[in-house]
Design a protein. Structure first.
Length: 503
């Protein structure tokens, strides 16, 4: 057909000198993150790689966003770990499958663009809450200790963890190796020369930790390795009960909302980093849905688009979607040909990578900027983060959205009430009340308090022509007050314009 390129011509059009090296950079960044997210989620390390492979080979080949890279995300670690603990590992595939199907439906209904309507403060609060929960939990793993089950207990237990580290009650080798890995992650970008620009910091840090562990034969826990076929399992029929209850459905909805929001907000950020084609939000949501459907059928982790890998892809010079497809191919080749290398990686090094990733999720600059001039938005951000730490991801986000709606309703219902005391030509004093702005039920107490304080022996003129909006509750209240004032007062009452008739 005219206008359509053959697969061969499309392949020739790929700028290999840009996309091939970019795909290798993304692969090196994704490898330790895929393994680390899986371990922190309480599932075999290979399942994180499976999700990364699907993100590259399936989502990477689909339309939507050209340069955005998908895979297992640190932002879903807390929720996935809770789901595995609550429903069991066998139910994870079914929960992810439900997420994928729901995303496909949302993409078909063209709901992708509506995710941009979510308050930015709620999203940043979500990232801050996820980041802090991840950071607090992985501090225990860094010291080779088991983390408490919920956020408040993790925070309360930090002094005891610090005491164990200082008294060497915790594994000294694990602590030293984890802190060393964290130091490499922080300092890597400050190294001179091309090494820091060529080798990704997570790969360098984990590689050095694995080399030190092998050379010194350190007594630290390492990643347990199995083949891909040993860990890939389709959803179990016995796990259908997980979706039947409110908790299971709530988990699927939480997976869907968080994964979709993180993907589409990441797409907006990536679009600002390059001058290529813009993201089609509905197609990207559909691509993510197909990817999560495949991950669910394989029993793997849920996926999102990940800003760290996406930024690495753009910064490495990628031009087309070929780079993200190839990164999935490299992940598959590595897992099939060199699975034993993963068994050299110490868990404390992966914990350090996730501590670093969790800290980077906390939008410190955004919080400082909001505190300087937008206290309401800063409050929404802070409450969302604290609620996620204190409860869970789904409830925390709902609390944040609810607070954002209340704040917006309060701000948009701003009502000005001006009371003037004038003197009529007859010498009798007159009270003129001017209303402007938006009169809603949220402002009723203040409005009625002002009107009820007016004296009953003086004429009153109520001018509400400056109102942009008068809701039913305020209309009823004003009509009722006017009727009562006329019944009790000996002085006339003028209302301009006349109030509408209410039932």
């Amino acid at each position: 057909m005219p206008g359509r390129r053959s697969p061969l011509s499309a392949l020739r059009a790929v700028p290999w000198r840009h996309d091939l090296p970019a795909s290798l950079v993304v692969f090196l960044v994704a490898l330790p993150l895929c393994v680390g997210v899986a371990v922190a989620s309480g599932v075999p390390a290979e399942l994180g790689l499976v999700t990364g492979i699907v993100g590259g080979l399936v989502v990477g080949a689909l339309p939507g966003s050209s340069l955005q890279v998908s895979g297992p995300a640190a932002g879903l670690t807390v929720l996935v770990a809770d789901a595995v603990q609550r429903f069991g590992p066998g139910a994870l595939g079914l929960l992810v499958l439900g997420t994928g199907l729901l995303q496909l439906a949302m993409g078909a209904l063209r709901l992708g663009r509506w995710f941009r309507a979510i308050s930015a403060s709620v999203v940043h609060g979500m990232l801050a809450g996820i980041g802090l929960t991840l950071l607090f939990g992985q501090l225990y793993a860094l010291a080779d200790r088991r983390a408490p089950s919920n956020g408040p207990e993790k925070i309360i237990g930090l002094p005891a963890l610090l005491a164990d580290v200082l008294t060497a009650a915790a594994n000294p080798s694990a602590v030293a190796l984890g802190l060393g890995t964290l130091l490499v992650l922080i300092a890597w970008k400050y190294l001179p020369g091309r090494l820091a620009r060529t080798v990704p910091a997570p790969l360098a840090a984990v590689g050095l930790a694995a080399a030190v562990t092998a050379a010194a034969d350190l007594p630290v826990a390492r990643v347990r390795v199995a083949g891909l076929l040993d860990v890939v399992h389709p959803p179990e029929r016995d796990a259908l009960g997980a979706l039947a209850g409110a908790a299971g459905l709530g988990t699927v909805i939480a997976f869907t909302l968080i994964a979709s929001a993180e993907t589409l907000f990441s797409a907006a950020a990536v679009d600002r980093m390059h001058h290529g084609p813009r993201t089609d939000y509905d197609r990207e949501l559909t691509a993510q849905g197909l990817g999560n459907t495949v991950c669910g059928l394989l029993g793997a982790l849920p996926m999102t688009a990940v800003i760290v890998r996406s930024a690495a892809n753009v910064q490495a010079g990628a031009r087309t979607k070929a780079s993200r497809f190839l990164h999935g191919l490299w992940l598959l080749s590595f897992t099939v040909l060199l699975p034993g290398v993963l068994g050299l990686v110490p868990l404390t090094a992966l914990a350090a990578v996730l501590v670093h990733a969790g800290a980077k999720l906390v939008p410190v600059r955004r919080i400082v900027a909001l505190c300087r001039g937008h206290w309401g938005e800063a409050l929404v951000l802070g409450v969302t983060a604290v609620a996620i730490i204190a409860t869970d991801l789904f409830e925390g986000v709902l609390i944040g959205i609810g607070l954002a709606v209340v704040k917006s309703a309060w701000q948009t219902s701003h009502l000005q009430i001006a009371v003037e005391e004038l003197v009529l030509p007859t010498g009798q004093p007159l009270h003129r009340v001017r209303l402007s702005g938006n009169a809603t039920f949220l402002r009723l107490p203040r409005l009625l308090d002002t009107l009820e304080r007016l004296p009953g022996d003086r004429p009153v003129e109520l001018d509400w022509s400056g109102l942009r909006h008068l809701d039913h509750a305020c209309t009823v209240a004003l009509a009722s007050w006017a009727a009562q004032h006329r019944a009790r007062s000996t002085a006339p009452l003028a209302v301009e314009p006349p109030l509408p008739t209410v039932a």
